[in-house]
Design a protein around this ligand. Sequence first.
Ligand SMILES: Cc1cc2nc3c(=O)[nH]c(=O)nc-3n(C[C@H](O)[C@H](O)[C@H](O)COP(=O)(O)OP(=O)(O)OC[C@H]3O[C@@H](n4cnc5c(N)ncnc54)[C@H](O)[C@@H]3O)c2cc1C
Length: 601
Amino acid sequence: MHSQEIPQVDFLLIGGGLASATAAGTLRAAGAEGSIAILSAETTLPYHRPPLSKCFLVKGPDKTNILIHDEAFYRDRDIDIHLGARVCWVDVGSRTIETDAGAHFSFGKLLIATGAGVNRLSAPGADLSGVHYLHTVNDALSLYRGIERVQRAVVVGASFIAMELAAALATRGIATTLMAKGHLLYAKLRSPEVSEFFAKYYRGRDIELIFGEGVKEFSGTTRVEAVVTSSGEIVPCDIVAVGIGVHPEIGFLRNSGIDVDGGILVNQYLETNRPGIYAAGDVANFYDPISRTRSRVEHWDNAIKQGRIAAWNMLGERQSWRTVSYFFSDVFDLTFNVVGATEKAGEHIIRGSVEDRSFSVLYLGNNRLRGAFLLEQSFVEGKAAGALIANRSDLTATKAKLPDGRFPLNQAAVQTVLILQGGGALGGFECGVVKALEERSIYPDLVAGVSIGAFNAAIIAANPHNATAALEAFWREVSLDTPNVPYEGLQRALSSLQSLVFGVPHFFRPRWFEPVLTPAQLPTNWTNFYDPSPVKATLGKYVAFDKLRDSPVRLVLTAVDVETGQLVIFDSYVDEITPEHILASGSLPPGFPRTTVDGKH
Ligand SMILES: Cc1cc2nc3c(=O)[nH]c(=O)nc-3n(C[C@H](O)[C@H](O)[C@H](O)COP(=O)(O)OP(=O)(O)OC[C@H]3O[C@@H](n4cnc5c(N)ncnc54)[C@H](O)[C@@H]3O)c2cc1C
């Protein structure tokens, strides 16, 4: 094909699921002016999957509206959707993609949101009619029609999908057996208490549970008639639904030059190793600054939030992932949530009452909450759990109270927070405050600063237990020696004049003492009078910027985006703080250059 014939799309989105649909809508809402196109392997407009394993199977397709947006939404926003277009190749060099049908598109920015595909069993008889998997709306339709005429079902797996499937089938009055290879339900939660709770609950609703058994074969002539377990037990059935997990859809990226490893590898801005190519949703293996590990999350909420962030970043922003993952589900009349990463904790605490069907499991590592399972808990409890995880709050002081469900989780964090304001002389006052606190062995867990307070805050965060000495040394280094004169007013006027004309050593220097080596350095080309680079070097002596992320003191800085007037927050837990961030917060007076962070001034 001749290159001129290849349609050029400014924002090309591969995958027709929740992450893509959200990204497309966000792009337009955020003012994207170029062309936007979604390429989807499916033949249906993007839809929500969670209802498929719940009300869709119980109430039926007619009573379940699953579409994320109707056709008019995409038309009105000039978003092209190509259905039945499976991408088989991405050429990062020429920035083009190819579909199975041989169509080509070239792109400016690319989002890959191809989600996950179901894991399939390869046991003999796996191809028999009546053996179902559930991922797409077509799968759900086929299963819904299949269960209309059956009496006995076997559900294979202990994942949340398997649990939801068993609940839906039992609700439809089908005699259901759930067989799990391991010995726990919701195995990912690794909680015997949660497993036992659900086992009792499911048995109470006439679901038979078989643990420790895999599938040896499916028996039947044309339709499945029984499942033979690994130990040889025969479980008769008319239908089987398998829910044994998913894998990221990345096969088409083999040899493309886009790094993959258990998902598409992206940084905290959801960008791949190839500039301008992003990934979001189930397929993205992203760096999570909160847990400081890589994660791939297969949740509805994650797909929406990542779709948004990817869209903003495709438009030139630099928004970091800074969210705790959130999962919801309901089975029978129970609702539950999982927040954070339950698999990364070493210890767990049961909170509340399992007998009363109102409890949580708190997953802790180093006395900090990493994740939580919440059954029938209030919104406030879920929010509090998310905040404790996001803030990495030290729970040592309140840990003993956590099992008591009456002790509010939002009171579990005991933190010392120091908030430092700006304004010249306040800087010195703040040093005195820090000294007084240190003398009483009071150290902040979080220090927030703006303007001069930002300088102090960074020095405190970088020197957790000897902030006073570091602050005093820093301010001594940037202080100005002025000639002694008898009148204070005159002294002040002289020192102002001295700093205006000669600058302040180790802080800023005037342009007029710089040699003019290039035409750009001629005074007629100046856009400012002072160069603040000395203070960046001085700050570097007191703040090891590359280690701020690991400091026990979290640093939060605020600044104002002068182009939009919006408040911007920098957080050492999430952002790579540099001297520029301090200067951006420092609101240097007129005459100084503007500070640019991540392309924003
Ligand atoms: C049955 C079911 C129930 C669920 N219930 C819950 C729940 O209760 N709570 C919860 O939090 N989460 C739930 N989830 C998970 C949630 O739905 C997913 O996390 C979410 O849909 C992920 O969105 P996505 O856009 O990343 O991927 P998907 O929604 O999977 O969309 C990916 C799209 O990309 C397409 N695609 C794949 N490869 C290509 C290609 N090469 N070219 C073009 N298109 C391609 C796919 O066909 C698909 O349309 C459930 C999922 C399922 C399947």
